[in-house]
Design a protein around this ligand. Structure first.
Ligand SMILES: Cc1cc2nc3c(=O)[nH]c(=O)nc-3n(C[C@H](O)[C@H](O)[C@H](O)COP(=O)(O)OP(=O)(O)OC[C@H]3O[C@@H](n4cnc5c(N)ncnc54)[C@H](O)[C@@H]3O)c2cc1C
Length: 464
């Protein structure tokens, strides 16, 4: 990929959109060489950072870039964990922090339109004001954006009951590599009018087009919620009780897991009375109107698998106090060692005990410390491996463990990413898990939308 020198790219852009929307000095662009992916730094610095304010600005940048074959990397909050915003080939970073309009919030249609830079937590607050609800809640929803969440096919704790972001997308406005606009989907609840291209852009990680606006489906805000936290002396009891709850046909809004190492690290980081001598804990949220009945049935499932220390939170303060510990897990793990590598594997729920115990064994074999959390109601586990990547032995062990975790996941009928995406971090492993023909068609699609490979090059798949 050839790029012109940084100065001429920035100067060229400044002639087309206002000066204050373009950054290019060394000091300004340095922070864009990284995202939240631990210890990954771009092989090349970006040439310019552009803050579009309108869709026309985005079109202008893409027309400029496509004529000159300059890479374009979109950036929301930069919180992805797979090196998705790295600029390994230089080029232009499109920063969406100035496109944050929430509009057409329609109580009858139960829909809303948002620009790509809207923060998920802000959208939730706006919808709740009118008794509506947008349930997509990655743990870092206080900062992550709609554009980033769509591009990564994000989920969160409430996926078990409410699904992921893909389930709330009615329509998208997308700017193509050459600056054209595609309006996909509709403002309606149903649409059987041709191909659903809007879903094609979900999880496309900025490699097929630039999402500038979304029409989202909303649901009524649940009347009330309650949280149950329970501890276990055996990991297998914790995980098996998830399956008991599911077999009892209960549908909690969230079923979350923390293992002993994460209980200890969170309690050390932010003391909250967690039982750190236990092997595992579950956090189960229920919502709706029959909370007493749900609570009774869930507690019975938990007791049948020897749960202890059961705590029930009914007020918002009590509920948030429990969630505070779960949400602190990433920051707490980061206190243990210089680097935290968060995996995102998922298996069919019935195979979850094998996955949890298998990941533990693999990490023990390679002498690596792992704090495990997960959206276990979905079968999704986030092993957080804490290490020093500059220590050659630890790094080598981590790479071996990572490969074995993916192999184990695959052998259990699972897949290597549930909600974090592939980025540059997992692209080499795509070949082991994706059907060869499917990969071929994915590449054909990429070639059709972006023949010159300017959109987020080097992400999702590498050439082999
Ligand atoms: C502490 C922590 C907790 C997390 N918890 C969860 C969780 O519970 N569930 C979950 O799913 N994820 C989670 N994540 C991962 C991450 O937050 C999500 O992937 C997030 O939604 C990304 O949003 P972002 O705005 O930061 O995107 P970015 O990191 O800025 O971008 C992500 C990708 O999207 C592309 N992109 C961004 N904007 C656009 C656009 N407008 N058009 C096209 N492409 C675009 C980027 O190029 C990049 O490839 C967590 C991350 C952290 C650090």
């Amino acid at each position: 990929m050839l790029t012109k020198n940084s100065n001429s790219i920035a100067e060229g852009l400044k002639r087309l959109i206002s000066d204050e929307q373009v950054l290019s000095s060394k000091e300004e662009i340095t922070v864009y060489e990284q995202d939240a992916t631990n210890s990954k730094i771009s092989k090349k610095s970006p040439d310019a950072i552009v803050f579009p304010k309108t869709i026309v600005d985005v079109q202008t940048v893409l027309r400029y870039a496509s004529k000159r074959n300059i890479p374009v990397v979109c950036r929301g909050a930069g919180t992805n964990l797979v090196g998705g915003c790295l600029t390994d080939f230089g080029g232009i970073v499109l920063n969406f922090s100035k496109m944050t309009r929430i509009y057409n919030l329609n109580e009858t249609d139960m829909t809303v339109k948002v620009e790509a830079g809207v923060v998920l937590g802000d959208l939730l607050k706006e919808t709740e004001k009118v008794g509506l609800f947008f349930p997509v809640d990655p743990s870092n929803m206080a900062v992550s954006t709609i554009g980033g969440a769509i591009a990564q096919s994000s989920g969160g704790a409430k996926t078990f009951k409410y699904g992921t972001i893909k389930d709330y997308i009615l329509g998208l406005k997308v700017v193509t590599a050459d600056g054209e606009i595609i309006n996909t989907g509709s403002d309606t609840m149903k649409n059987s009018t041709g191909y659903h291209l809007e879903q094609l852009f979900v999880g496309s990680e900025g490699t097929l087009g630039v999402v500038v606006e979304a029409t989202l489906k909303l649901i009524p805000k649940p009347q009330a919620r309650r949280v149950i936290m329970a501890y276990f002396d055996y990991v297998s009891d914790a995980v098996n009780s998830v399956n008991e709850i599911i077999k009892a046909k209960l549908v909690p809004s969230a079923i979350e897991f923390m293992d002993k190492n994460s209980l200890i690290s969170v309690e050390n980081y932010n003391p909250n009375g967690l039982l750190t001598d236990k092997e595992a804990a579950l956090i189960i949220e229920t919502d709706g109107s029959d909370l007493d009945l749900q609570e009774e049935k869930i507690v019975s499932c938990l007791n049948s698998l020897n749960a202890v220390g059961i705590k029930i939170a009914k007020t918002e303060d009590e509920i948030e106090n429990i969630w505070k510990s779960r949400r602190a897990s990433f920051a707490a793990a980061a206190k243990i060692a210089p680097d935290v590598m968060t995996e995102d594997v998922i298996v069919p729920r019935s195979k979850l005990p094998d996955l949890v115990l298998g990941v533990r064994e693999i990490c023990e074999k390679y002498n690596l410390k792992v704090c495990m959390i997960g959206h276990v109601g979905d079968g999704n586990l986030h092993p957080q491996i804490v290490l020093n990547m500059e220590d050659d032995v630890q790094f080598k062990n981590y790479m071996s463990a990572k490969g074995e975790i993916y192999k184990l996941t695959n052998s259990l009928g699972g897949i290597l990413s549930a909600e974090h995406g592939i980025g540059s971090d997992k692209s080499a492993y795509m070949y082991d898990v994706i059907d060869k023909n499917l990969l071929l068609y994915m590449k054909k699609m990429k070639n059709m939308f972006d023949p010159n490979n300017i959109l987020n090059p080097g992400k999702v798949f590498i050439d082999k």
